[in-house]
Each structure stands twice: as C-alpha cells, then as structure tokens.
Design a binder for this molecule. Structure first.
Ligand code: ZN
Length: 115
C-alpha cells in the first residue's frame, strides 16, 4: 500500500509505524478539503469511482488522532495538513513548470495566428 499524496514516500512497512486512511466519502464536504490539501485533484475521478486511495498518517497533526500514540484512528472531522519540505518544494517546482509551459504555448498560438 502506498500513500496517494504526490512525492510522499510512505509505504506500508513491516514496522507498522504508519497508518493509512481512506478519503472521506464522496458525499462528505471534507473530501474536497482532503483532495485540495493533498494535491490529488488529478485522482479525484478515481477516488469517486472506487475509494481505494489512502493518505498516510504522516499528513495529520497529532490533534487529528483519537489516539496520538498509535495514530491509527482519526477524529471524524480530521483533515490532512502536514506536508514535508520535499513534498512542498516538488509541488512548487511542478507549478512553476506548468506556468512556463502555458506561457510558451500561448506565445506559439499568437505566432500561428500572425502568420
Ligand atoms: Zn503520505
């Protein structure tokens, strides 16, 4: 099992120190928040189809757990808010790349029309 958060390297380990949690149900308002925070919009269709994607316990603050020591049960309204530097910097890098890509595309379109 792997975490669905992009660039998160958590995998189910034999040590069992990481728990995995299902996304909220499709009719739950929290689902959108989870998808937004986790940066998994591209997975949202898959999520609605079949709720088999998980988020690992690394993305939840201690206060989100019913049992902060074992961290395998979330409070009902828990949302993932913890993302490490690697995840954040990879996201920024990707966003920047997409921005330059779009700019280039627009420029090309203008050139085409001009000809
Ligand atoms: Zn994770």
């Amino acid at each position: 099992m792997r975490c669905s958060v992009p660039y998160c390297r958590s995998e189910a380990s034999t040590r069992g120190d990481i728990s995995f949690f299902q996304y909220p149900k499709p009719n739950d308002d929290l689902l959108e928040v989870w998808i937004h925070n986790c940066g998994t919009k591209h997975l949202s269709e898959k999520l609605l189809e079949k709720n088999h994607l998980k988020v690992c316990s690394n993305h939840f603050a201690d206060s989100m757990f019913l049992n902060p020591t074992t961290k395998n049960r979330l409070v009902w309204n828990a949302i993932p808010t913890v993302f490490n530097d690697e995840i954040i910097s990879e996201r920024l890098r990707l966003a920047k790349r997409q921005m330059t890509h779009n700019k280039k595309k627009r420029r090309n379109e203008k050139n085409c029309r001009g000809q």
